[in-house]
Design a protein around this ligand. Structure first.
Ligand code: GRF
Length: 217
């Protein structure tokens, strides 16, 4: 069975969704370790309560980004994972680190990339007045929140939304999307062709999402 290492920085709800999918039998993978750059990340307690090895590589105890990334890489490589999964890992990674895991490092971002990279994506979506927002799972490249898209889930932006309601709607989709994307990876069903990710199965071509719906017509 393929093994994964999950990197977190805080709450860890995406990590939980992966652990829940494994427990439910819908994600055939083994979590070799959960690693955090913050000792107080809430997700660490919950991972270790579920019997998963946890480690902390505290970025504040390293002189610079390169030293932190080298220590992180050493720790990850001790577990020899097939895939490294960023799940709310809030550090910018150096090019050397990213290249070391090329094709086996993925991230989930709370927007429909390439729209709204960086922080405060829900605020930005509301400020721009977009009608459709969502989340993206992508391979990581040296450019922040950029890289071949594996999967996206879209949600409508509703009148009356604020950052909290919109974030919650997106997060619910993150929790559905990430376990699926990781499953496709560990099953060997997705392949990188240049900048595009290609799946080994036929896909439905009629999945349009229109928002707002049923309001004007
Ligand atoms: C999620 O919205 C994720 O997309 C973003 O950071 C948040 C992490 O939440 N990268 P959690 O720690 O998984 O609960």
């Amino acid at each position: 069975m393929k093994s994964i290492v999950i990197l977190i920085s805080g709450r860890g709800s995406n990590m939980e969704s992966l652990l829940a999918a494994i427990a439910a039998g819908s994600l055939p993978a083994r979590v070799a370790a959960v690693i955090s750059n913050r000792p107080d990340a809430r997700g660490l307690q919950s991972a270790s309560a579920q019997g998963i090895p946890t480690r902390v590589i505290d970025h504040r105890q390293h002189a610079d980004r390169a030293a932190f990334d080298a220590a992180l890489r050493d720790e990850i490589d001790r577990f020899a994972p097939d895939l490294v999964v960023l799940a709310g890992f809030m550090r910018i990674l150096t090019e050397g680190f990213v290249r070391h895991y090329e094709g086996r490092l993925i991230n989930i971002h709370p927007s429909l990339l390439p729209a709204f990279p960086g922080l405060h994506t829900h605020r930005a979506a509301l400020e721009e007045g977009v009608r459709i927002h969502g989340c993206t799972v992508h391979f990581v490249t040296p450019a922040l929140d950029h890289g071949p898209v594996i999967a996206q889930a879209a949600v409508p932006v509703l009148d009356g939304d604020d950052e909290t309601t919109l974030a919650a709607r997106v997060l619910a989709q993150e929790h559905r999307l990430y376990p699926r994307a990781v499953r496709w990876f560990v099953e060997g069903r997705l392949h990188l062709h240049g900048k595009r990710v290609v799946f080994d199965a036929l896909q439905d071509s009629s999945g349009a999402l229109i928002a707002p719906r049923d309001v004007v017509d």
